[in-house]
Design a protein around this ligand. Structure first.
Ligand code: MIC
Length: 660
């Protein structure tokens, strides 16, 4: 049977389970990726697993998300991560070296490999034909400890690309088009595989843009075939030996299909406050903007910045507007410096930022109150920029630079002829000096891991009781993002190693007193709408509620990574059987899940929730593995109990919180 590329790679890595959509599949993982903001918690959890060295072929710890170093907290995290990486066999990319997604595509991603990363945009490496999936820190730690990665087997959507992009229209418009068609829930449980004659017309950087933002569809990941473009890229990166040609078989089957005619696309833009809120740029043209940001974890490749520089050459950024530009990596920074792109941007008045995530995660460059910021980033959830009243639009570098020039959102095609761009250097500065290799195993035991005072042990859930009586702590709407649970921004992100502190910011957008109320009424539950927990992979969005005593979340539907994070941390994600029951919930009510333990042990997929005579039916759709984790009270407790059972006399290798 003719196979699609996703099936080929997954079959090649399947170690257990099934590839039937929705069934759980266990995959052998070749590479893992951590970044600093998710990395400290992942490392602290990895330590509990009693493994001396990581068990995957390649593990990388990047430092790119929080490098603000406002006080001791952030540098303490970096010091911890560097020592941890050296000790446990992880490569360490130093702060300033670049953004994990760009660096991984430059230096490590391989066609046909599997990658799991504690960042939802790990999907970027699909550009090189990897199956690259974002996950919570604890799930990545398990993979680093040598376990298969467990995930619901996806449906495969074949996206046929035909034709070529017109001038001023970019790969960003391809992914915005998919978001326009399907919205932020339209990719759940799916991998998007690109194929067709138009694929050859999109280079690896463009493919990276598309695969990065595939996460915004709620998809498991996206993947491009490995072709001549891939070979050229790997050759330029001086690692042609990693090339292998990969594509779907002729006439391969897909569960669903999309067709995008590249030459018919026009410049698109996502309006506040969702990446799925996409319209043609012409519909919002003329909207006055106060800020334009180009670059960061998406659209910070050489051409993205070169086109901005070419448009601005001998011009000035509109006086009422501030513009920032972020290169994706040190290599790209070298290339823009060598070709004059950097100086054209500086002369025009752009503020050049170092190659780190920066404003994309609210780490500085927050826009003024109530103002419009036009960004080439991937997310525009409310307040993510650091300004609660922000109005963030997401678009391509061409639309962004046109806006920077005119001070109002503008269709770049109105700029006239497409400018001449400098050629990207054929031999960019490939230089891995800023990626530190781990210490050899024989030296590892001598490495001391210093923990600053802000680095606190991860919390552990209690065991699941016989019955669970919970107070409704909050009822929230559809599409709640993990940023509502553990916000972005300089202040909050400095507590990524300190769950009790980060928990103080939970749901602050809706109720600044939530922290106190939830703690007081524990055990608690949260009621949500559709796509609860969309967006990032940050497990803090599960850890903070856990700390506040949340034992269950009832929602109309869940985002993939967050649902799994809840389970891994021992919190029950339950779905309404009848969505209209959502309206019966109010803050302060007490509901009970009677005999929930038995129900889970019995494998029941339907459970009831009671309040006096009232009853609501909920769906408890878990794999056997997930049931076992929930019964144990999360993965860490499950591991510790297993270790204690195996060696009751010896000191347990999986250590508990009390020992720290
Ligand atoms: C994001 O883009 O939302 C982030 C910040 O990269 C997150 C990771 C994090 O919260 O640390 C993600 O995408 O998973």
């Amino acid at each position: 049977m003719a196979k699609n590329l996703v099936t080929k790679i997954l079959e090649d890595h399947m170690v257990e389970g099934s590839l039937d959509p929705g069934e759980e599949v266990g995959l052998r993982i070749d590479q893992t990726l951590l970044q600093d903001a998710t990395g400290t918690m992942a490392c602290l959890q990895f330590e509990r697993m009693g493994v001396d060295r990581v068990q995957v072929d390649l593990a990388v710890q990047y430092v790119d998300h929080n490098v603000i170093q406002l006080d001791f907290k952030n540098p303490d995290d970096h010091r911890f991560l560097q020592a941890f990486a050296a000790k446990y066999g992880i490569h360490y990319s130093r702060p300033g070296n670049g953004i994990c997604h760009y660096l991984h595509v430059e230096r490590f991603a391989r066609p046909g490999a599997t990658l799991v990363g504690a960042d939802s945009h790990t999907t970027s490496s699909g550009a090189l034909g990897s199956i690259a999936i974002g996950a919570g820190g604890l799930d990545v730690a398990l993979v680093m400890a040598g376990q298969p990665f467990q995930t619901p087997a996806p449906k495969v959507v074949g996206v046929e690309l035909t034709g070529a992009l017109s001038e001023w229209v970019t790969p960003k418009d391809v992914i915005l088009e998919l978001l326009r068609r399907r919205g932020v829930r339209g990719g759940l449980g799916r991998i998007f595989e690109f194929y067709g004659p138009g694929v050859a017309n999109i280079d690896v950087t463009g493919r990276t843009t598309i695969c990065n933002m595939i996460a915004e569809l709620g998809a498991t990941t996206g993947v491009f075939p490995s072709d001549e473009r891939t070979r050229e890229w790997l050759k330029m990166q001086q690692r042609e030996e990693d090339f292998v040609e990969l594509s779907a078989d002729e006439g391969a089957d897909y569960d669903e299909r999309e067709h995008i005619e590249l030459d018919k696309l026009e410049p698109l833009i996502a309006k506040p406050h969702s990446p799925g809120n996409v319209v043609p740029v012409s519909e919002v043209a003329g909207t006055k903007a106060a800020q334009v940001c180009i670059g960061s974890s998406v659209n910070s490749g050489f051409e993205d910045l070169a086109v901005a520089a070419a448009v601005l050459r001998d011009e000035t950024v509109y006086p009422g507007l501030v513009m920032t530009v972020t290169p994706g990596s040190r290599q790209i920074l070298d290339s823009i410096a060598a070709t004059g792109v950097y100086s054209d941007l500086v002369r025009a008045g752009a503020r050049m930022l170092e190659p780190v995530c920066g404003p994309c995660v609210g780490m500085g460059q927050a826009p003024p109150s109530d103002s419009v910021s036009v960004r080439t980033f991937n997310r525009n959830f409310p307040g993510r920029s650091g300004t609660m009243t922000d109005q963030v639009y997401l678009t391509s570098p061409t639309t962004a630079v046109a806006t920077a020039l005119r001070g109002a959102i503008m269709d770049p095609r109105e700029l006239g002829d497409y400018p001449d761009l400098p050629e990207a250097p054929a031999n960019p500065a490939v230089d891995d000096r800023q990626i530190l290799a781990p210490a050899p195993p024989e030296e590892a035991s001598g490495i001391e891991i210093v923990r600053g005072p802000n680095i606190k042990p991860p919390p552990e859930a209690p065991e699941l009781p016989e019955s669970l009586k919970c107070t409704v702590t909050i009822v929230v709407e559809d599409d709640i993002s993990t940023g509502d649970l553990a916000p972005d921004g300089v202040e909050v992100m400095s507590f990524r190693s300190n769950v009790p502190e980060i928990a103080k910011f939970t749901f602050r957008r809706f109720d600044p007193e939530y922290h106190g109320k939830a703690k007081e009424s524990a055990p608690g539950l949260i009621v949500g709408g559709h796509n609860y927990g969309q967006g990032s992979s940050r497990e803090h969005a599960a850890l903070a509620p856990l700390h506040l005593g949340i034992r269950a979340v009832i929602a109309k539907s869940f985002a993939r990574i967050h649902r799994r994070n809840l389970i891994s941390q021992g919190i029950l994600p339950l779905r309404f059987e009848d969505e209209s029951d959502y309206d019966r919930f109010e803050q302060g009510q007490t509901w009970e899940l009677p005999e929930i333990r038995d129900r889970l042990e019995n494998g029941d997929e339907v459970v009831s929730l009671r309040k006096g005579d009232e009853e609501v039916t909920l769906l408890a759709e878990y794999s056997q593995r997930e049931r076992d984790i929930l019964l144990a009270g999360g993965i860490l407790r499950q591991l510790r109990e297993k270790a204690e059972d195996q060696q009751p006399e010896a000191s347990p290798r999986v250590s508990g919180e009390a020992e720290r």
